[in-house]
Design a protein around this ligand. Structure first.
Ligand code: UD1
Length: 390
């Protein structure tokens, strides 16, 4: 039996990744597109927003992502320059490949930059993880989310409330499709390959014996400018982490921005403590192993709020707001802001066994990417019916 083929005049779907949190969202999408009937042809474009081995290559390997077809190599700079560079370099890619649509994920600068270019060239844009809102316009990601959703053509959401947010902003419900969470697709797909925390610690030069103790360990990540770009804020967070680490050893995976600022602000003494183990940014499988075995996760990452909810691990989010409220309402997440008393108190509660139990949200079942493949091919083929070719 011959499989139906993708119409030759329809063009590939250009799939855009730029920064670390995009990679685990794109991997299941590419997998699902390659298994879809007809196979959805793709062109993987990496903007190069993240480029370090730790932030990039290792994750590609762990997630078995194919090498990007095109790397725009924009690197780091101010928001304006980074966004502008992505736009400048992405435009010729669209001209050359005439895609059927551009698919973007998440909320990083590359997401918005590529959306703007495509839409202005009359190419449809599909946004995966649409409709999340923190209602905090000081966050660069909130601006990226708002603008991308306004101009994208097809919006895939991870939770039902996202559609309400979009409709409130004047977006037609017919553009929105609730599919579940592709980040959790990656988690479910890779959990059995997660690296053991002992191997990760040993690899980082630490004594894994600490994990043999009955108390277990906690995991920390911090990288938001609002937490790490001011010396006073960063110092007060490091002080409370230092204190907690005497109750429970903490493994702290350091984003390059955080490491640079600890050094720049002269705060190294606050992390010079054998119970606070500093590691470089971790690979996907290492991080999965670390959080799956943790007693608590303290973070300002969006992805970790979702992953801990899916795994049932108590999470304290060191932010004033979240664009992922479902992780608080249904999952294991508690918002503590930068309030050191709240961080101390909530950590104490979790260590005393009073952490939230939570439940896994609707459609966080490992099949979100399949739903996207199914809906997207129908949507694209409907717009370009074969008879229209004649
Ligand atoms: C970006 C995303 C953020 C996401 C985060 C995950 C935006 C606005 N922000 O923030 O939503 O949560 O990625 O990490 O898109 N750097 C390196 N090596 C790299 C990349 C960055 O050393 O491979 C350093 C550079 O000094 C750079 C800084 O990290 O200036 C920040 O990188 P950038 O891509 O601007 O933003 P992130 O803070 O990583």
């Amino acid at each position: 039996m011959n499989q139906p083929l993708w119409p030759v005049d329809l063009g590939p779907v250009i799939c855009v990744v730029g920064a670390r949190p995009n990679f685990m969202k794109m991997a299941p999408i590419l997998r699902a597109f390659s298994k879809s009937i007809p196979v959805i042809p793709t062109l993987l474009v990496h903007t190069g927003q993240h480029y370090d081995k730790d932030m990039n290559d290792k994750l590609f390997e762990d997630l078995r992502l194919p090498r990007p077809d095109i790397n725009l190599e924009v690197g780091s700079s101010s928001h304006a320059v980074q966004t502008a560079e992505v736009m400048r370099r992405f435009e010729p890619v669209i001209d050359q490949h005439r895609p059927s649509c551009v698919l973007v994920v998440g909320d990083v600068n590359s997401t918005l930059a590529c959306t703007l270019v495509a839409v202005k060239k009359g190419i449809s844009v599909v946004h995966v993880e649409a409709g999340l809102r923190s209602y905090d316009r000081k966050m660069p990601e909130e601006i990226n989310r708002l603008l991308t959703d306004q101009i994208a053509d097809r919006l895939y959401t991870t939770e039902r409330r996202a559609e309400d947010n979009l409709v409130r902003e004047g977006i037609a419900a017919s553009r929105v499709c609730f599919v579940g969470n592709v980040m959790i697709d990656s988690l479910i797909h890779n959990l059995e390959f997660a690296r053991s925390p002992a191997a990760t610690l040993t690899g980082g030069g630490f004594d894994a014996a600490v994990l043999g103790g009955s108390e277990g360990y906690g995991v920390v990540t911090l990288h938001r400018p609002s937490n790490v770009d001011q010396a006073e804020t960063l110092a007060s967070l490091l002080r409370v982490l230092n204190e907690i680490s005497h109750q429970l050893p903490l493994i702290f995976a350091l984003h390059p921005r955080t490491r640079t600022n600890i050094e720049r602000f002269g705060l190294c003494h606050l992390v010079d403590n054998p119970h606070l183990m500093l590691l470089p940014p971790q690979g996907y499988l290492e991080m999965l192993g670390l959080i799956a075995g943790a007693r608590i996760v303290l973070t300002d990452s969006g992805g970790l709020q979702e992953e801990t909810t899916a795994l049932g691990i108590p999470c304290l989010t060191l932010r004033e707001n979240t664009e992922r409220p479902i992780t608080v309402e249904q999952g294991t997440n508690t918002m503590v802001g930068r309030d050191t008393d709240a961080i101390r108190r909530e950590t104490g509660g979790i260590l005393a066994g009073h952490g939230k139990q939570g439940r896994v949200p609707e459609l966080w079942d490992g099949r979100a990417a399949e739903r996207i493949a199914c809906d997207l091919s129908r949507w694209l083929l409907d717009q370009h019916p074969p008879e229209a070719k004649a």
